[in-house]
Ligand binder design. Structure first.
Ligand SMILES: [Zn+2]
Length: 180
């Protein structure tokens, strides 16, 4: 069974947001086109408390129950069956969707019979990298949909290098046109 994981497609990670991925919003139409190809669709959200040691490393973003933490308004959220909240405590965590605290993502995917996980969303060089590698370590066959992810590129090659690192960890890189 194939599952689709949508990572952190939230206002704060899109242009105009507190921690914007320069072209973060461009993943939204690509993800929307993929939704109908999957029986299991889940999403993660960065979901931080107002005060967190995480904000020593990052400008405050995705604070619980704020507009910045909402999904991008164009994302077709009605197709999302379960949302996994991560970074919910006063801790520098929540890079991987598998760190969600409201529910166990690994157990959820197993219970739905998911063996192949397609990873999309933001950002390639942080939460996509952490989530995809975590999924591969947990035994899922992992695909990162390269036109459905976008990088911060604090250093210009960060996104490209992250994809290569994921590949080295057993992740398959695919274009959305290859997803059946
Ligand atoms: Zn965060």
């Amino acid at each position: 069974m194939k599952g689709l994981l949508i990572v952190d497609v939230q206002n704060d990670f899109c242009p105009g947001g507190a921690l914007a991925v320069p072209e973060g919003d461009l993943v939204v139409p690509v993800i929307n086109r993929l939704l109908d190809k999957f029986t299991v669709v889940v999403a993660s959200k960065d979901w931080h408390p107002q005060a967190s040691v995480h904000f020593r490393h990052w400008p405050p973003h995705c604070v619980q129950n704020t507009r910045g933490a909402e999904f991008h308004p164009q994302l077709q959220t009605e197709k999302i069956q379960q949302v996994f909240l991560k970074g919910t405590r006063d801790k520098d965590d929540g890079y991987s969707a598998f760190e969600a605290t409201n529910l166990n993502l690994n157990e959820y995917l197993n219970s739905r019979g998911v063996t192949e996980l397609y990873v999309t969303g933001l950002a390639t060089d942080y939460c996509i990298k952490a989530s995809a590698i975590d999924a591969a370590k947990r035994g899922f066959k992992v695909f990162v949909v390269t036109d459905a992810v976008s990088a911060v590129n604090a250093k210009p090659d960060d996104g490209r290098e992250s994809l290569q690192l994921m590949k080295a960890e057993g992740v398959t890189l695919v274009d959305s046109s290859q997803v059946r």
